[in-house]
Design a protein around this ligand. Structure first.
Ligand SMILES: [Zn+2]
Length: 247
């Protein structure tokens, strides 16, 4: 009996420890999103109310933050999406772009930041084509919802048409739908429950159930493909969820 009690207590202590660690990481993630939110507001103040741009040619991978623009030797980098906040000096720690819950996020940051600030490109995770991007693989999706995006979609779907439903330039904050999430976790904090953090334009961060992963994993991935057969639509479900999410 005593042994059972001891085992029970030990098991509980283990569970509490794991739970405590998750809570700490969830809070750290929340802090990241708060900082990103503040930086986004500052960015708009500095740029006549314009948000960091989205780009059509990045598919829906809006967790890329920097790319090498031209030839490897050029050394020209183009900052994208949330990466613009780093470029503008509004966020100085690259780790802010990575959710601490995600396994390997710290490793990824270390790879990207050595040499500083974002490592040597290409960072090959696709061994076939190589890569010219810094992708915050387990970071956050930046998806500033605007009435422009909404009205450009002819059938009420968010992406009925890849070309039309996609803003290629920066969005003015006045068009932003203030009730929608603008940045959200790409991976679940709790796999079974699908918990994620989502940032709203008023600076609040909501921790709640996100969309269910297509294959029950911790990723949001849909197996959808673009009409031309390429992949790149995996985060459609997340973006749709962010659009639907209201506080
Ligand atoms: Zn997170």
């Amino acid at each position: 009996m005593l042994i059972m009690v001891v085992v029970f207590v030990l098991l509980n202590a283990g569970a509490l420890h794991v739970g405590g660690r998750l809570r700490a990481k969830t809070l750290a993630c929340r802090k990241n999103l708060k900082e990103i939110g503040t930086a986004l507001v500052d960015f708009c103040d500095m740029s006549d109310g314009t948000l960091p741009a989205l780009e059509r040619d990045t598919y829906i991978y809006h967790y890329y933050i920097v790319r090498r623009e031209t030839a490897p030797s050029s050394g020209v980098y183009k900052w994208l999406h949330l990466g613009c906040l780093y470029d503008a000096g509004l966020l100085s720690d690259g780790r802010t772009f990575y959710c601490p819950v995600a396994e390997g996020a710290t490793d990824e940051y270390l790879i990207y930041s050595n040499p500083a600030p974002w490592g040597t490109l290409p960072q090959v995770y696709n061994s076939v084509v190589g890569n010219q991007w810094v992708r915050t693989r387990e970071g956050y999706l930046y998806w500033p919802q605007s009435t422009t995006i909404l009205t450009s979609a002819p059938t009420g779907e968010m992406w009925p048409n890849y070309e039309q439903g996609y803003p290629t330039s920066a969005t003015a904050v006045t068009y932003l739908d203030q009730t929608r999430a603008v940045v959200a976790d790409i991976v679940f904090h709790q796999e079974e429950r699908g918990k994620v953090n989502a940032l709203f334009w008023d600076g609040s961060v909501v921790y709640q159930n996100g969309p269910t992963g297509a294959d029950g994993t911790r990723w949001y991935f849909d197996s959808m493909q673009r009409p031309d057969g390429e992949d790149g639509w995996e985060l459609v479900k997340l973006a749709r969820w962010m659009y639907a999410l209201q506080q």
